[in-house]
Each structure stands twice: as structure tokens, then as C-alpha cells.
Design a binder for this molecule. Sequence first.
Ligand SMILES: CC(=O)SCCNC(=O)CCNC(=O)[C@H](O)C(C)(C)COP(=O)(O)OP(=O)(O)OC[C@H]1O[C@@H](n2cnc3c(N)ncnc32)[C@H](O)[C@@H]1OP(=O)(O)O
Length: 435
Amino acid sequence: MVFPDARDVPVDPLSEQRLSGSGLDYRIVDLADPAAARAFVRAETRGFLDQEPDDESVRATVDMMAARRNVGVYAATAGSAVDALPVATVDSWVTPMTVPGGGHVPMWAISAVTVAGTHRRRGIARSLLEGELRAAVGAGIPVAGLTATEATIYGRYGFGPAAPVARVEVDARRAGGIAPEPTGVVEYVDREQLPEALSQVHERAREQRAGQIPGWPLRWMRLAGTAPGEEKGRAVRGAQYRDADGVVRGVLVYALEILDAEFGADLVIRHVVADAPEALRALWAFAVNHDLIRTVRADLQPVDDPLPWLVADQRAVRTTVHDHGWLRILDVPSALGARSYRAPLDLVIRVSDPLGFAEGSWRVRIGQDGAAVIEPTADAADIALDVAALSSLYLGGVSATTLRAAGRITATADSAASFDDAFGSASAPTLSIWY
Ligand SMILES: CC(=O)SCCNC(=O)CCNC(=O)[C@H](O)C(C)(C)COP(=O)(O)OP(=O)(O)OC[C@H]1O[C@@H](n2cnc3c(N)ncnc32)[C@H](O)[C@@H]1OP(=O)(O)O
């Protein structure tokens, strides 16, 4: 599938006009201009509460951003500031996202949303977000996605949490150990080799779970502690699982937090990825069975991860589920038509969308083969919901029955149950990286 390049999409005229009414210049940043590129990275870094990036970090970030559409908002008075930092930033790119059934949908990924502390709460983020969504629609992209610093920011633009994840903490001394895998080996990997190993296994593993997207080199370098400016990089260690044929099927990246009161440590997993259940079991065994370890902690795990079923004492595993992958459906027929379903269905959904993109009544017909055809209809609705709720339901990460119980959708119990039979999936959707 060839996806449009977000960098070819011009800034949204409506947001440009709105921001210009407030004396702000909204434009695509030319990363070929070193001063502009550096200013953009500094503004983004400041927005995310990070310390000033050094030159090497700026260069690495600019290299990564070169593949993205970077938009900055500039205040007319900013000319006096060093490098004229933008007062707001956002970047975006078009990426495949895995959908239930193993196919992909093109997704407009949005990142680096920051507004300077001097310019907050005057509608700049709203212009940025609405501008991104209109740009995505203009480019024919059916879904937008993001990961969020706060869960209260994006619902107002029609995003819903769609790929929940789990934060897990294992009391390693209580867990009782995990049986080692009879075949294959776990071996240490030098930090420098980790980014490539992570990338290779993720590229295969991401096909197995809805909600996953490809990573990129700087993402893996940051997790491996090898990115420029990574102050705690030397604390990072890695291990990989090689199957009986010698193929690397899983990678674990972790750091040890040394305990003060005893000779021991907490093992904090920065990333674990596996494309085979045996590889995942072997890496969990490596972490949980590790001598001198009090707890093993990891975030961004699938909510149906087998970990609690690997240990002798399930109460040793504490799991906290939280939102992570957020989606926003922009084109109902294309988005729903891109995934496959587990049961036939024929009902009408009535979608409300304050921005208009997904607004309408849609007949969703799913055949025995699991393929869907979605058409506008004037028939009465079986399920009424807003676009954020539909976006949350899209990958099967929450059920219509649950959203009905929460008063988030209007449906009979039977309609919600039929919807769930079709939309559910064997494996929970997930998203194992921040973007
Ligand atoms: C995909 C990502 O990049 S996630 C990263 C988000 N960015 C950050 O967390 C960095 C730090 N924060 C910021 O830079 C800013 O505070 C932002 C981007 C969150 C908000 O920017 P602002 O320009 O202040 O937002 P703006 O004034 O456009 O507000 C729009 C709406 O969002 C609401 N809002 C703004 N910030 C927040 C927040 N942190 N939590 C909840 N609601 C918020 C406003 O109240 C307003 O509501 P309404 O229009 O529905 O009445």
C-alpha cells in the first residue's frame, strides 16, 4: 500500500486564518534551515518539560523530524528571542496501523503538540489539532492517532482511547519463578546492538496486534539508551531470545535501580518485544527469575499479556490498565472497511461528530467472510454514539456493552452484544511505543 506523504500537505487555511487573526504565523517549518530546525526542537523540548537539548540531540531529532510534516506557530514579537522559537509545535506523518484481522489502515500520526507556557489557554492547540484533522481528511487518511500526556486533552477533538495497555509490577520474590524454555537461549546484547534488534523484532511483532505502528531509529536508540543526550544510557542493559534455529525472536531492554537498604535492585523494563510466545515467556523468565531482584516493572504491556499465568502466585503481579493509543475516525466507511470482523452484522450506527467528518447514519453490513461494507443510510439507528466512542470501539479495545453501561452509547443490550461479537478480537489491541 502506498501512503500519501504528509510533508506534501499544505497548512490548513482555516487554522492559518484563525491564528493570523491573533497575530500568529502558522507555517510549515523548513528543517533545511538549521536555525529554524534548532528553534523548533528547542520549543518542543521545552514544552515537554525536558532540559535544553545539546547540539548532538538537536541533530538527531532533526534527522528524525525530516520524515515528518512539522508545523510551527510564530508570534510576531518573537523576533527578539534567541532563534525565534515557535510558540507552538506539532508534527505529523502517515503510517500504517495494524487493524484486527492483520491488515493495515493509513493513520495520520500526530506528535509534538506543545504550546509555550506564555501562550496557553487561548485556543492555539485547538487550531493546531483541528488543522491536523482537516489536513488528514484533505489527504484522504481515514484515521488519526496519537499518544497523550494527559487523558483529558483530546476527547474534545473526537479522539477516544482505543488501545489500552497495562503497567505491571511483579514482586519477584513472591512470584515463584517462571519455568525456563526448553529450547532456545537467552543471551546478553550490547547496547549498541539493541536498536537494530528491537527494530527487527518489532517490525514482525507489530503485525500480530491491532493498534501497533512501525517504530523509527531514534525511538529504538532512546529505548536502548544510545541516543545523544541520553544521560542514563549507561544503566541500560539488554537481552535477547534466540530460538532453536538461531533466529532472534524477542528483545528485552532494562535498567536496574539499586536499592539503598540491601544488596539488590528493582528491574525496570524499558521495552520488551517478542514475535513468538516462547520468546516472551523466556524473557519474562529472565527478568522475574533474576537473582537479587525485588520487583520487575514494565509499562505499555498488552492487557492480555500471559505474565500472570506464567508465575506460581498470581498475586505477585499487580496490573494497572491505562489509556495509551488514541484514535480519531475521520472517514467511517474507509476506516471500518479496512479491518475484518469475527461475526456477521447488519445494523445502523448514528455517529455524531462536532467537526463533521464522521457525522451521519451508516449501515454496517458484515458478511460471513468478516468483510464489511459501510454505506450512508436514512434508516433508523440501532446504535447512537459520538465519534470518540466509535474510535474507542474501532479495534475492539473496549466493548459496546461496556460503553452502553457507561452511558456513552445508546443501544439495546442485544444490539451492543451483536456489535461486540463482530468487533471483538482474539488478541487485545495494544501499542508498545510512545509517539
Ligand atoms: C500528541 C501529543 O503531542 S500529547 C502532548 C500534549 N502537550 C503537552 O502535554 C505539553 C504541555 N502542554 C501544552 O503544551 C499545552 O498546555 C496544551 C498543548 C496541552 C494545550 O494548549 P493550549 O493552547 O493551552 O490549549 P487551548 O487553549 O487550545 O485549549 C483548547 C481546549 O483544551 C482545553 N485544555 C487545554 N489544555 C488542557 C489540559 N492540559 N487538560 C485538559 N484540557 C485542556 C482547554 O480548556 C480548551 O477547552 P475548550 O475549548 O473545550 O473549552
